[in-house]
Ligand binder design. Structure first.
Ligand SMILES: O=C(O)C(=O)C[C@H](O)[C@@H](O)CO
Length: 263
């Protein structure tokens, strides 16, 4: 069986530094994989990814030291089935707001009788095309399910969501949380930051690892100090945009200099 190193380290509470990939490009994913990040999010919620582009990125990351995490547009059973069959082992599910939703997600990630994942990996990449003889027996334990808490309702139900066996980590989405709290585009608002910091503590008090994404290095240091285990520190698109703007700036007043506000 292929070991999910991200999951092993997460459960051991080893700090893991990640990068968001929204370029939806396998060649760019290879470059990011060689840069030394522990984990890379292939983002199909806001990146223009489909099953084929996710597959290509999984294949290119496999030959690097990084571990892939796939974020589908939402937590639908049929999407999860396809992603697991192409070999994704770690999923990050957006907008999880209650325990029942979390329970359904866990079931979608596990074979019967523990869950309701459809049989068929024998013809898919997950089992390396049926060359992993014990795949069906060993698969469940290598799947890592991360759920995103990014609304007031999700915060209200945080403890109930964390209590679901099979939820391996809780990841705070500060941009969506800020929007839901009425501070759209301003995750730095003091009320949002207070909610984020409290959530990091509450997740750990439940005995689960906490994760988050921000492009702000000082906030990342703070979150790590507070005990966050898996922290994504940037995203490929804004990094590329800023680097191109910096390159062009000495020659042109029209160089693009986007604000780094983290949404
Ligand atoms: O709410 C958030 O924050 C997220 O879910 C991450 C966002 O999708 C975005 O900030 C990625 O750049």
């Amino acid at each position: 069986m292929i070991e999910n190193v991200f999951k092993r380290k997460l459960l051991a509470r080893e700090r893991q530094i990640g990068l968001w990939l929204a370029m939806a490009d396998a060649y760019a994913a290879s470059i990011a994989g060689q840069a030394g990040f522990d984990w890379l999010v292939i983002d199909a919620e806001h990146g223009p990814n489909d099953l084929r582009s996710i597959l290509a990125q999984l294949q290119s990351i496999e030959s690097t030291p990084s571990m892939p995490v796939v974020r589908p547009p939402q937590g639908e059973g049929w999407m999860i089935k396809q992603l697991l069959d192409i070999g994704a082992q770690t999923l990050l599910i957006p907008m999880v707001e209650n325990a029942e939703q979390a329970r359904q997600l866990v079931a979608a990630c596990r074979y019967p009788p523990r869950g309701r994942r459809g049989m068929g990996a024998g013809i898919a990449r997950a089992s390396r095309f049926n060359t992993i003889p014990d795949y069906v027996d060993a698969a469940d334990d290598q799947i890592c399910l991360l759920v995103q808490i990014e609304s007031r309702q999700g915060l209200d139900n945080l403890e109930a969501i964390a209590a679901i066996e099979g939820v391996d980590g809780l990841f705070i989405g500060p941009a969506d949380l800020a929007a839901d709290m009425g501070h759209t585009g301003n995750m730095h608002h003091s009320a949002v930051q207070a909610a984020v910091e409290s959530a990091i503590g509450r997740i750990q008090a439940c005995g689960k690892p906490a994760g988050i994404l921000t492009f702000d290095v000082d906030l990342n240091r703070r979150y790590l100090e507070l005990g966050a285990t898996f922290v994504a520190v940037g995203a490929d698109v804004p990094i590329f945009t800023a680097a191109l703007g910096d390159l062009l700036a000495p020659y042109s007043a029209s160089a693009t200099r986007p604000p780094s506000r983290g949404y």
